[in-house]
Design a protein around this ligand. Structure first.
Ligand SMILES: Cc1cc2nc3c(=O)[nH]c(=O)nc-3n(C[C@H](O)[C@H](O)[C@H](O)COP(=O)(O)OP(=O)(O)OC[C@H]3O[C@@H](n4cnc5c(N)ncnc54)[C@H](O)[C@@H]3O)c2cc1C
Length: 382
């Protein structure tokens, strides 16, 4: 499927399946089963290589699909985004066994995967897991705790970060493994109650000596910090940037429609006739559009392996987080007391968009990383 066709499919599903359910997913704090089933069946293999039956797309398609789905329902969009990031991690260095058991079912739309990186102990610094992976014969034993696992309890597999410990390993070395949804020994925490993103089911997960076959190891044991910066971070950034760009553009459209609709009795004109609101709407549009251009340029450049891609990727998600916040605030001003109602979609957009700053990498961290990239310094370090 061509990139444009994938985005057109996402748009159709967003309009027909996601948008009509967005308010109830939020109000009922319900994992979006219908939306996810529809997206998985047609776009589940978006980033899976073509030789495994997938569509073989990259960061640009993730951002573009994310914008379309985020405009309709941010919760569903992030659930799908985490599936796409995890699919990209599995695809990067899959063994034949992992291709057969994970990638081909993902490409066929029959397998939901997701990311279990964050931990209560290290918060937004998801590249520092404390979950231990100990090799015992042909088994791997996992012990630790994960937090905010989006799609928690619903996914068929979880891409989980660990540190390898044991005789042949230096302590503190990063690995990723695949935990399947039906592996014994994993215990889910209660449903998460967020201010926004209420359909995500981002739960905590406790692992006590969970025993997995070695075939679930992604890449080499203890040698894969590479995944964090080469795959997880770029895909994470584009999935989130696309989603919250969609939320910003939904708020812009909400304001535009309100200005055309709202008519005052004393003047007989709509708000659209007021120069001040025209000015504010124009400024909102420009913020959304310039942010969109940065996101898509960053994604295209990174797909092509261009040298400018790192500062662009980092800045793109930080800019989206700030743009979404400011555009929703302006939309609330333009829609007045009517927009300020609890039932207004802007209420949901405001709560959803606020997550953009705190979903790692954090906005502040991304600004620092951009500066470090420009100064030719490694992202992490003193
Ligand atoms: C809706 C939602 C969905 C999520 N989905 C997933 C998922 O699917 N998988 C997953 O692995 N994780 C997920 N996360 C987790 C997310 O990526 C972050 O790890 C988490 O939000 C961090 O929360 P915390 O309270 O532990 O932050 P903390 O690390 O305690 O940080 C709190 C605040 O302190 C400041 N701060 C912290 N560290 C620094 C620093 N080094 N420099 C400057 N300021 C700093 C920042 O202002 C930050 O916001 C999700 C989170 C949310 C809210």
């Amino acid at each position: 499927m061509e990139p444009g066709a994938a985005v057109a499919t996402a748009r159709r599903l967003a309009e027909e399946v996601l948008a009509p359910r967005a308010a109830s997913v939020d109000a009922e704090q319900r994992w979006p089963a219908e939306g996810m089933a529809a997206l998985l069946s047609e776009l589940g293999g978006l980033v899976v290589p073509e030789e495994c039956g997938g569509m073989g797309h990259g960061l640009l398609a993730v951002a573009q699909v994310g914008e379309v789905t985020g405009r309709a329902c941010a919760s569903t969009s992030i659930c799908m985004g985490m599936h796409l990031v995890a699919s990209a991690v599995i695809s990067a260095r899959a063994t034949d066994h992992q291709r057969r058991h994970h990638l081909e079912p993902i490409a066929a739309g029959e397998h939901l995967t997701t990311l279990a990186l964050s931990e209560p102990g290290t918060g937004g610094e998801f590249w520092l897991p404390r979950t231990r992976m100990e090799a015992r014969g042909d088994r791997l034993l996992l012990t630790g705790e994960k937090s905010f696992v989006t799609n928690g309890g619903h996914a068929d597999s979880y891409v989980l970060s660990t540190v390898a410990v044991g005789e042949n390993e230096l302590p503190g070395r990063f690995s990723c493994v695949l935990l399947d949804g039906d592996d014994p020994g994993a215990t889910w925490g209660p449903p998460w109650t967020g201010m926004g993103m209420r359909g995500n089911d981002s739960r905590s997960l406790r692992l006590e000596e969970v025993s997995l076959p070695r075939t679930r190891l992604l890449g080499e044991e203890g040698a894969e910090i590479w995944y964090v910066f080469n795959i997880v971070t770029p895909y994470f950034l584009m999935a989130m940037a696309g989603t919250y760009l969609g939320v910003a553009s939904a708020a812009l459209e909400e304001a535009r429609r309100h200005l055309l609709r709202r008519r005052h009795a004393h003047s007989g004109t709509t708000l659209a006739a007021q120069p001040l609101v025209q000015h504010r709407l124009g400024s909102m549009w420009a913020r959304v559009e310039r942010t969109r251009r940065l996101v898509y340029r960053a994604a295209a450049e990174a797909d092509a392996g261009g040298p400018e891609s790192l500062p662009a990727l980092c800045s793109a998600k930080a800019e989206v987080a700030e743009t979404a916040e400011s555009v929703i605030n302006d939309a609330l001003t333009l829609t007045g007391g009517i927009g300020y109602s609890r039932d207004s979609p802007l209420h949901r957009h405001l709560r959803d968009a606020r997550a953009a700053h705190v979903m790692a990498p954090l906005t502040d961290t991304l600004r620092v990383w951009t500066g470090r990239a420009l100064l030719e310094q490694p992202l992490l370090g003193d």
